[in-house]
Design a protein around this ligand. Structure first.
Ligand code: GUN
Ligand code: FE
Length: 419
């Protein structure tokens, strides 16, 4: 089916660049982008037009790191550093997902909230429970979210009620993978929680699985100093945290590592050389007093970076709010460095929240021909009256800072309209 959507189109094809087409058209063939143009494209003269008038057509967001079973504790328990926070708040909350009924209710709410906020792609952690993980994938698919989800693996350093034996963890991972064949938009991603939560036998098993079945991997890296110290004690043969993942085949171009707050030049070089994507979660970095990841530096060094909400260490689900939190966090680094470090621009933050993540799923940059449409339409009529006509770049800036779910009047995910 041919279709056109019309409005002011703003895409972020590369860090810092904006592709702007005022009163432009996105041509779609069965939900797949056939072209972006200023004039009505040839061959689409009979196609129906969805005319959004003076509204902005933006790329929808990719949330490259969040924890679905922490959604019930959103906005709670921000008074402790990572390792205490995990045992006191996160683990007991995740333990509740042994209850499939509770999981179904929470995940339906979360999936809808993602779409309402314009997030159509995710790399998402479930809990260690196989049934809950399948329910999560089902809920996301039904709401129109695409991407990767993972059953968490954790066979040590958990709590009573949230830990598997090594054998259980392996068996349940295989059972979960076998059941994933039914999904089309959500695919499985191996999810060792982080090094302290996984035995060497489990890490080795997951590394083999990743290689044999070509499965992507997500985990956490160098978020907190106490955590890094613990990893050093557990793996004295590895000089740096990343080397533990690498030793077991879990550090490659299909890997997402959340945080990388304390990654030094050597660890950042390893991220770059191995093609690992760093998921920056600025709100979580500050909430848990972890520090602030050196995103400006990582971008300058050519490390792949995208953004994550890290719900519920982060308390901001809307990725436009995470994008502006990333700008603020870069300014905090600038202040702390006595003005030495450069900050993120609005265009860079928009890129990090959209194309940077989309590319991990194989999409091109911006609104690329051949990609299924992932887009939001922003109605600015609820924003303050402007004192003068705004440029398109200014309208993008204001939308990122101000937009709320009610301002997103349409959302397209995976080529279909989902809001
Ligand atoms: N490291 C291991 N597990 C977690 C988690 O649930 N949240 C965060 N922020 N870091 C982690
Ligand atoms: Fe996390």
């Amino acid at each position: 089916m041919l279709q056109l959507i019309k409005g002011h189109i703003i895409a972020a094809p590369s860090p810092g660049a904006l592709d702007i087409v005022e009163n432009g058209y996105i041509a779609l063939r069965d939900g797949v982008i056939a072209g972006v143009s200023a004039a009505r494209p040839a061959g689409f003269s009979d196609a129906p037009v969805e005319d959004f008038g003076d509204r902005l057509i933006l790329q929808s967001f990719a949330d490259m790191h969040l924890h679905a079973p922490q959604y019930p504790m959103l906005g709670l328990g921000m008074d402790a550093p990572l390792l205490t926070w995990l045992k006191r708040y996160a683990f007991p909350t995740e333990a509740r997902f042994a209850d499939a009924g509770f999981a179904r209710e929470v995940f339906a709410h979360l999936a809808q909230a993602l779409i309402e906020n314009g997030t159509t792609r995710v790399c998402i952690f479930s809990s260690l429970h196989t049934e809950a993980t399948l329910l999560l994938m089902d809920a996301l698919e039904r709401a129109g979210v695409t991407g990767y989800a993972g059953k968490v693996n954790m066979d040590q350093n958990g709590i009573d009620g949230l830990q598997e034996t090594t054998e259980e963890s392996m068996r349940e991972t295989l059972r979960w993978l076998d059941a994933c064949g039914r999904f089309t938009r959500m695919r499985p991603m191996l999810t060792p929680r982080f090094v302290p939560a996984c035995s060497e036998a489990l890490l080795a098993f997951l590394g083999r699985l990743s290689r044999e079945r070509d499965l992507p991997v997500q985990s956490h890296l160098s978020e907190n100093r106490e955590e890094i110290e613990l990893v050093r004690r557990l793996h004295p043969d590895c000089a740096q945290y990343w080397q533990v993942y690498d030793k077991y085949g879990l550090f490659h171009e299909r890997t997402v590592m959340a945080h990388c707050v304390h990654s030094d030049a050597c660890e950042r070089a390893a991220l770059g050389e191995h093609g690992v994507l760093a998921a920056h979660a600025p709100d979580s970095n500050v909430n848990l007093c972890s520090g602030v990841a050196p995103v400006r530096t990582m971008l300058d060094e050519g490390v792949r970076v995208a953004l994550g909400s890290d719900i519920a260490g982060g308390a901001l689900l809307p990725m436009n709010a995470v994008a502006t939190a990333a700008i603020r966090a870069s300014k905090a680094r600038r202040i702390a460095s006595g003005g030495e470090e450069d900050v993120l621009s609005v265009a860079e933050a928009y890129y990090l929240a959209t194309s940077a993540g989309a590319r991990f799923f194989g999409a091109g940059a911006g609104f690329a021909v051949g990609d299924a449409l992932h887009a939001i339409v922003v109605d600015e009529s609820g924003f303050p009256p402007a004192a003068r006509p705004l440029t398109m770049a200014e309208r993008l800036e204001r939308a990122l800072y101000l937009m709320r779910p009610g301002d997103i009047c349409a959302c397209y995910g995976g080529g279909r309209r989902v809001k």
